[in-house]
Ligand binder design. Sequence first.
Ligand code: SF4
Length: 238
Amino acid sequence: MAPLPLVRRLALIGQNFEGAVFTTSLGIEDQLLTWAIAGGARNIRIITLQTGRLFPQTLELIRDTGRRFDLEIEEVEPLALDVERYVERYGLDGFYDSVEARKACCQARKVAPLKRALQGAGAWVTGLRSGQSGYRSRVEFAQWDEKFSLVKLNPLADFSRSAILELVEKNRVPVNPLHARNYPSIGCEPCTRAIRPGEDERAGRWWWEKNQNQECGLHEPAEAVAATISGRAVSPGA
Ligand code: SF4
């Protein structure tokens, strides 16, 4: 069976999951999904976590992308009180000192705001790919997410990085200029560095932590609930 094109995948999600929410980090995978949503699933709500520590290039891309596709990217902010408490206890950049401090920062600036944003959502759409890292190798097209009690849909689960790049170029999707400076995965500015040749795509995230999984707590291992949508298998090359 022929692969299902990406725009069609998103259209099926929009039709079958009322109240679906897509969370974008403005990374290259997420930009491709935003393009696909603009093309066939404009009922999917798009949000981004405005942690307050993003790169200036990412902030500019939020504005440019909204304008280019004529859609709204909602910026979800942490509670001021949560940030104040974090800074009081650990210091503004306390995340460098321990894994506990780093996780507490991600909890305040990312996980808690996301939890609020996903309340009442019909599904959670992400740009996760199984090839991004060893930790993400079990990413499936559809999974049950215990943490947020939601179906999590990963329409790029089976895409390779080269397939993403090809579609981005072909469709002139705007991307973060940091990608061209060896930042394949981009998060908060103080917690992201460029990678070196041969390193994992996510090796630049929280690089000072040894033997960690380079995740912020948003994406935990989840149980697969389906590998097809509307009876059609999805496969790379779309
Ligand atoms: S990535 Fe860094 S700055 Fe951003 S929320 Fe996590 S620890 Fe804090």
